[in-house]
Design a protein around this ligand. Structure first.
Ligand code: 8X3
Length: 251
């Protein structure tokens, strides 16, 4: 029987690439995001391969998350794989100059949003005594870099939540995988720098960054292991990167 995956932040970047990789594996999809037009496009392109449902909500809005997920009929609550991908960075600068709106956006989206979505779906997995939760963290969650402060904190929280989920869901046979990429070229930096495309492009200059597809392949690998195997934690870098702060660029 085909598996069913729900992916948040599916309208672009790693979320979209994961949807494509899962479709290639014959995994049916529930794609969640804020941008309906983009979700429709992805639905259209993947519907030849698998069943694709879409839900629009903002993970930061607790009531909206609950309401949207509860519109799913019984058969679409049998979610085998939850990919908690929605999240973003807002700003990069000294903590003393940080914007409280940016802090709210990162903590509400990257941390609380992940929790809200999981809160509804975990009981459905527990009822079936199976499931796999993949949380998209970051190297920023393992190592704080200068000016990363609150973004790094939000991803450190994701790391702790992955660990907490693994411990607490262990009696129920639910797999939990934490994926921590380094530099991936997506809309990430454009969002972080509030549409400043020159600054965003400079982040990926002088080396070959990871692509969203590279990360999606890893996610696809983690969800296709045998039933008794779980990849707890996966860190991936472009070859030019050695840590959160060491990255070799051609001058
Ligand atoms: C994205 C990677 O190094 O810009 O989370 O924080 S990094």
């Amino acid at each position: 029987m085909s598996k069913l995956a729900l992916i948040t932040g599916a309208s672009s970047g790693i979320g979209k690439a994961t949807a494509e990789a899962f479709a290639d594996l014959g995994i049916n999809l529930i794609l969640c995001g804020r941008r309906l037009d983009r979700l429709y496009e992805i639905q259209e392109s993947l519907s030849e391969k698998v069943k694709v449902n879409i839900l629009t909500f903002d993970v930061r809005k607790k009531e909206d998350v609950e309401k949207a997920l509860h519109t799913l009929p019984e058969e679409l609550r049998a979610i085998d794989i939850l990919v908690n991908n929605a999240g973003n960075a807002h700003g990069l600068g000294p903590i003393q100059d940080g914007s409280t709106d940016d802090w709210d956006a990162m903590i509400d989206g990257n941390v609380k949003g992940l929790l809200y979505v999981s809160k509804t779906i975990m009981p459905w997995m527990i009822a079936r005594q199976k499931g796999h939760i993949v949380n998209i963290s970051s190297i920023a969650g393992k190592s704080t870099y200068p000016n990363g402060n609150v973004y790094c904190a939000s991803k450190a929280a994701v790391e702790a939540i992955s660990e907490g989920m693994r411990l607490d869901l262990n009696p129920h046979g639910i797999k939990v995988t934490n994926v921590a990429p380094g530099a991936v070229e997506t809309e990430f930096s454009l969002v972080r720098f509030k549409g400043d495309d020159k600054r965003a492009e400079a982040v990926y200059k002088g080396f070959v960054p990871l692509t969203a597809q590279d990360v999606a392949e890893i996610i696809a690998f983690t969800v296709t292991r045998p039933p008794h195997v779980v990849i707890a934690d996966m860190t991936l870098f472009p070859v030019a990167q050695a840590s959160a702060t060491v990255l070799r660029r051609n001058s």
